[in-house]
Design a protein around this ligand. Sequence first.
Ligand code: OAD
Length: 311
Amino acid sequence: MLTLVQQLASQIRQQPPESIVFFVGAGISVAAGIPDFRSPAIGLYASIHEMKRFRFKSPTFVFEIDEFMNDPRPFWWIFSRLWPKTEWPHPTDFHYLMALLAEEGIVSHVFTQNVDNLEEVAGIDQNLISCAHGTLNPCKCLKCGHKFPLSEALRQMTVNFPPKEDYEDVIPPVCPNCGDNHVKPEVVFFGENLPSETFTSAHEYIPKASLAIISGTSLNVEPFASFPKMLKENSQIYVINREKVKEQRGGLIGALHLSSGYINYEDEKCHFIEGDLQETARQLIYELGWDERYQALKTRIESIEQTQTDS
Ligand code: OAD
């Protein structure tokens, strides 16, 4: 009897070119030192909730554009907890697994909610990636439109490390062009639209995919959360996560659906690989017989990262 990981490895071996889509989120970057949003106790939203004065606010307010225009300090306060101060974080084994599959030519697209760019750092061609929630680099001034590298914002943010206890003590970076303090990384805030290319790619690649891998995401945020609904009827779905997401439950009360879930885990084409997704990634690499390729890719990427740090 095959384990679920062995079963997935066998499915992967049978995939025709450009037939796998990934839907990923913050969970795949936790091992890179970037907290996710909704994990109890360690997620970013838990740390916002811990702060007394924010207790009665929805923790997503730090990523709401109206709140940011009103006061950019809460965003930069949470940013100082989110982002390592000195160097760009490194890809995780899950990123390398995606990159190895992409090298095989069997990945049609990676839809990511992450803004850390680690999919590309791991060696995935940027044409295969849709950063649905934007990227941290560059930053943009919302007053004059000037764009500048995140490294400049980080340079100014040095005064805020180690992270301040109170958000009121945070000094937000200012635009190097006009001096205004409404500068923000080009990430998509609540109340802003996703990049239009993300929708174009979703319509192009999702309906054609025969295998979808959903990982490191709670699939709580629309419209991304509904992207897997565009999969064709008979495509295989593997959810690699700590908990099941978008589980189809209950039935209908009148015209009301009891849950927004659309993944029927009882169905033979939907599979749930529970547990640490990095562990699953390493097992998959092993089952695929790619341990040496993985080591070679990791060494190559680490030396590129080293060269960039040195220059
Ligand atoms: P969440 O924090 O909502 O979900 C992360 C998921 O990854 C959870 O289901 C965790 O259990 C799981 N997870 C974390 N570490 C794991 C591990 N080592 N092994 C297995 N599972 C693990 O993050 P996202 O779904 O990415 O948007 O959040 C979506 C969006 O909400 C973000 O892009 C952000 C946020 O508000 C905006 O700010 C617009």
